[in-house]
Design a protein around this ligand. Structure first.
Ligand SMILES: Cc1cc2nc3c(=O)[nH]c(=O)nc-3n(C[C@H](O)[C@H](O)[C@H](O)COP(=O)(O)O)c2cc1C
Length: 412
């Protein structure tokens, strides 16, 4: 993107049109008390051909649904008769202090939801005192995202474009001040996203004018999104993947690119040498891989099935956590989990089951798509206050007080 188009985007963000979008959608947050409320607002503002990418999962979406169901099937066992003046929710992950055990995970293409979506999300997360993780597959320059946040950010690395392109990305992230590198290992190939195939998203992106015309009716019903999208420059590029000629990777078929750039355990060595800082390995499903990551010196692991977007019919992450956490006791590698977290109660369950903190994905993407920065702030504030409420009910004043005795598996 050249200087003049950058300038015109900045002007667009300040434009009366975008300001009125911000006011209009932020006002609706008054009626959002839960993450599900934010999801409903997201679905009102975002056209289905765009929103489905965020709402959907792989194949039959069984794992995506199971992730949520596993939390829903868990019940609490409160320890009453205790009272805490204050609830202490601060913790430290990979050397960074955060005000709540909730981190914004890497989500690709956030810029399709809101102008400069990645920077807007990082600002909201940083102001809430937590980390935002920037995916490689995003539409805002990583330097600009880091500068928008008053807090630490993590950079999530894909090897798209090959080793030399990745090295450039790592070096840029280092220079920009990212404090940890997240290596996602569960994408040897892109997931089978039937929902996107059915809704024709490839045609919406790469199709002829006639193919694109078929989306006109849904665009007309989502004019507020459409005007923001065009004011922000239209279809994003990937400025965090600088091709050998220096130009950003176009928004092409990312599926093929991922297949040619699967991360292996062998890659860890050169990545560590270039990065020289904490590495977090995301996409751990088994005790075997958790121990492998620990032996490889990972600062933390993220037990994650990519929100059910990669291999369908793998276990829900809460079940993976139950199996892996006992093997990680006493080790310095920290245990994080994501997948299906939609309430502060879910966060409490994850911590009671052995996680030190959680990553959220769709929960904050719903907020961003619904109302931009104010929406992400709302998502984090909902989760934080629900977690505080749950901890008071359970009789836990500190995060470390949450343990297995507070949760029960429930089958009606
Ligand atoms: C639309 C979307 C895009 C995603 N893009 C990435 C990505 O680029 N890199 C990555 O490591 N994980 C990615 N993820 C996975 C998330 O980081 C996280 O593991 C997942 O969203 C957690 O599940 P949840 O959405 O149910 O909270 C993506 C998830 C979604 C929903």
């Amino acid at each position: 993107m050249n200087e003049s188009s950058k300038k015109s985007i900045q002007q667009a963000l300040l434009s009366p049109c975008h300001q009125s979008t911000i006011r209009r959608w932020s006002a609706r947050l008054d009626k959002c008390f839960t993450i599900s409320d934010l999801q409903r607002l997201f679905e009102k503002r975002i056209p289905p051909v765009v929103g489905d990418y965020f709402l959907g999962g792989a194949s039959d979406e069984r794992t995506m649904e199971d992730n949520v169901a596993a939390f829903e099937q868990t019940r609490f066992a409160p320890h009453y008769g205790v009272s805490h003046q204050t609830i202490e929710m601060t913790t430290t992950i990979a050397g960074t202090d955060i005000t709540m055990p909730i981190i914004a995970g890497p989500i690709g293409s956030l810029r399709t939801l809101w102008p400069k979506g990645e920077a807007v999300a990082a600002k909201a997360a940083g102001e809430a005192g937590t980390i935002c993780t920037l995916s490689t597959l995003t539409g805002t320059r990583l330097e600009e995202v880091k500068a928008a946040s008053p807090h630490d950010c993590w950079f999530q690395l894909y090897l798209v474009g090959g080793k030399d392109v990745a090295i450039k990305g790592i070096e840029r992230a280092k220079r920009a001040g990212y404090s940890a590198l997240v290596l996602t290992i569960d994408t040897p190939v892109a997931g089978l996203r039937y929902r996107d195939m059915r809704n024709g998203s490839a045609e919406a992106i790469n199709g002829s004018i006639f193919q694109k015309l078929k989306f006109a009716p849904q665009m007309m019903r989502h004019l507020s999104w459409l005007t923001s999208f065009y004011h922000d420059g239209g279809l994003m590029e990937f400025p965090n993947i600088e091709l050998p000629g220096g130009e950003p990777m176009p928004y092409a078929d990312i599926g093929n690119q991922l297949q040619q750039s699967a991360v292996t355990w062998g890659d860890l060595e050169w990545i560590r040498e270039v990065w020289q800082g904490p590495i977090i390995i995301k996409g751990i499903h088994t005790v075997h891989d958790a121990l492998k990551a620990t032996d490889a010196g990972a600062a933390a692991i993220v037990i994650s099935n990519h929100g059910g977007r990669q291999l369908d019919r793998v276990l829900p992450t809460l079940q993976m956590l139950r199996e892996i956490a006992p093997h990680m006791k006493g080790r310095s590698t920290e245990v994080l989990v994501d997948g299906g977290i939609r309430s502060g109660g879910d966060v409490a369950i994850a911590l009671a089951t052995g996680a030190k903190a959680v990553l959220i994905g769709r929960a904050y993407a719903f907020g961003l798509g619904a109302a931009g920065e104010a929406g992400v702030t709302a998502a984090l504030s909902i989760l934080k206050s629900e977690l505080e409420h749950t901890m008071r009910q359970l009789g836990c004043g500190r995060l470390e007080d949450l343990n297995e005795s507070h949760v029960l598996d429930y089958r009606p």
